[in-house]
Design a protein around this ligand. Sequence first.
Ligand SMILES: [Zn+2]
Length: 542
Amino acid sequence: MAQSARADMHLRPALTALAMAAIAATISFGQVPPYDLVIRNGRIVDGTGSPWYRGDLAIRGDRIARIAARIDDPAARTIDVRGTVVAPGFIDLHTHALRDIVDVPTADNYIRQGVTTLIGGPDGTSPVPLRPALDRIGSARIVPNFGTFIGQGSVREAVVGLANRPATAAEIDQMRSIVRQGMQEGAFGLSTGLFYVPGTFTATSEVVELAKVAGALGGIHISHMRDEASRVLDSVRETIEIGERGGLPTQVTHHKVIGKANWGRSADTLRLVDEARARGVDATIDVYPYTASSTNIASALLPAWALEGGGAATLMRLKDPAARATVKAETVRLLRDERGGGDPQNVQLARCDWDMSLAGMRLGDVTRGRDAAPSLENAAETVLWIVEQGNCTAIFHAIDEQDLQRILRHPATMIGSDGEVQVFGRGSPHPRSYGTFVRVLARYVRELKVLTLEAAVRKMSAFPAQRVGLADRGVLREGLKADLVVFDPAAVRDLATFERPHQYPEGVSYVVVNGQVVVDGGQVTSARPGRVLFGAGRATRQ
Ligand SMILES: [Zn+2]
């Protein structure tokens, strides 16, 4: 009782001794424990990067009520975590969760890693307008919190279509107002996917015009860059330029250097970011901890001009022998020098809706299955055949471990999965959806010591929270929202592999979202406390 009275006195100094006695009496009858949950004996890694400290943490409602060396007050529930780590719930600001969060509102593959907030709408792709999608998610009783960016590619598609031409002044005006609406509906900023159609048809100056609108409403710009292979340096320069001219924070998302010929260039890309920061441009990075990327086959292995106008137009081009030959030559080059990693076996099919049995197969083997030797030429023919069948998503093993570690170590780099909410057992997706955050803790903190535990947690909590303006999350501090994860730093381990991706990690024992326990002793509970989160622009809505 003594400690609870002290806490109350601290909060309400005017409280009389009599009233305090009355409160103490009520508590002693067990009717109103001061806390809903107390987590005891934690190694608290608070998200700021400060060294861990030993302590107890108390939750009341959806907030952290108290953190102290020892909390003895009664609580509806007490969990002794016996010296394991208590950290802020992880915030993933590059997810494709919009695709499946309504069908799989539990988002088990994220929750079991300790991810408590998912941000969707990356790579220039989002619903336009956002409101109906956010309403749907808001009523889906989701487990993690969810927020989104507004996507430049989707905005351009709504106004200009999939055509390769500059937008007119009137169209730019129209796109500006769609971005403004998206920000007012709660987007955290503008995402671009300048690698994809139609983002790739957009001039830098056109992006800048939309970035200005997002920035004026408190948003950031986050970019899947125009090129992550031979022109990666130009792409980083462009991302910085958009931030500089647009007057807003700018982020290179899922930063990587694709293709053997380009390996090592992260030293130069990071120098560009350092130079930009030194002259006052707020440029940052996120990364996932794998040496393979994932996207759809057509975007990765066909030239952008072949995709102009959409799927039907692409198929028409492939029917024309001359056009097909030109596309194929470019596909051979992309297999050799870029995403193909120089060998068709480096391309692994993830999901083909028209033939689910292809999931997990390597492009060289698929080519062999079509009675052709797995040469680059024949593999390119298989690629065109796949596009004609209806396209597939695939995994591309063409990233160097040294580049990955260099990017991971950089102080302006945070963690983002680029994953999606998984339907358990469907297809053979990139393991990043199941393992990203835990893999950083297991492989890059414990095994390789690339990062300290505290630095890694900062990159997964306080840093992304600050980036998107979530002032009440991402740090363990009294008064902030109670999103947190408990894990054993000696045992936490990702199990998802490229061969067997559908595996949950080990070593994450408790996860709390908005004060409610969603993973309890390693088991997912029935609680559905997730909320839709909104960016700063929403508050300005008239
Ligand atoms: Zn992307």
